[in-house]
Design a protein around this ligand. Structure first.
Ligand code: AP5
Ligand code: MG
Length: 214
């Protein structure tokens, strides 16, 4: 099963993608996570991506498309995958469609996690991330068992640099301008699954699975 996650920054794409990856035993591929890992390791890609991410802008397609095309060619993607944060521009979506079309296929679903802008800033302000395993928490909605510590690996949680309110507003503007058009792109193909992302995360998850099948 090949799934694309759609939705605003902070809508819960990553949270749901991780649960879906477990459910269907397919890899969760998050371009944001890949960029953050590269920034942490100080790679050339990380250095280039950092200035765009910190400013709330998109990383240029030249740095993004080939990276994802290579990744989905790996052996572990044979049964499918969940793309989280890619595609994010019409150009990226067309490149993905083209690459899959060559093999005679396409994605199966574009899951749109819908959360209004008003709820987003509050979610981002409360988000805490594990810099080691990538787990995501929210201080009020999804708190870790022990304050400030990752349930999964025990690492100290951090706040993402691009979660400051001003940067979040910029990311939302970029989303509406460049990424939201993907909704219509996949709607026309009949692939969109809409879910209400304001519901508790388990409910959102059940809503998605009930539409995709066990
Ligand atoms: P990326 O990491 O993809 O960030 P994003 O799309 O802005 O989305 P987030 O990861 O912030 O949010 P999310 O939807 O995953 O929500 P989460 O599950 O964490 O990208 C970062 C940057 O990298 C971009 O700005 C760009 O610069 C660059 N980039 C990445 N991909 C790119 C591409 N393809 N092209 C160009 N540039 C690219 O949830 C958010 C919070 O809400 C958490 O605290 C969570 O615990 C909480 N929460 C989740 N679900 C619920 C719920 N149901 N109820 C209450 N709280 C919830
Ligand atoms: Mg995410």
């Amino acid at each position: 099963m090949k799934i694309v996650m759609l939705g605003a920054p902070g809508a819960g794409k990553g949270t749901q993608a991780k649960m879906l990856a477990d459910q269907y035993a397919i890899p969760h591929i998050s371009t944001g996570d890949i960029f953050r890992a590269n920034i942490k390791e100080g790679t050339e890609l990380g250095k280039k991506a950092k200035e765009f991410i910190d400013a709330g802008a998109l990383v240029p397609d030249e740095l993004t498309v080939d990276l994802v095309m290579d990744r989905i060619d790996h052996e572990d993607c044979k049964k499918g995958y969940i793309l989280d944060g890619f595609p994010r521009t019409i150009n990226q979506a067309e490149k993905l469609t083209e690459a899959l079309g060559v093999k005679g296929g396409d994605i199966d679903y574009a899951v749109n996690v819908d959360v209004p802008d008003e709820a987003i800033v509050e979610r981002m302000a409360g988000r805490r991330m594990c810099p080691n395993c990538g787990a995501s928490y929210h201080v009020v909605n999804i708190p870790p068992k022990k304050d400030g510590i990752c349930d999964r690996c025990g690492e100290e949680l951090i706040t993402r640099k691009d979660d400051q309110p001003e940067t979040v507003k910029k990311r939302l503007a970029v989303y509406h301008e460049q990424t939201r058009p993907l909704y219509d792109y996949y709607k026309e193909k009949g692939l969109v699954v809409d879910v209400d992302g304001t519901k508790p995360m388990e409910e959102v998850f059940q809503a998605i699975v009930s539409r995709l099948g066990e």
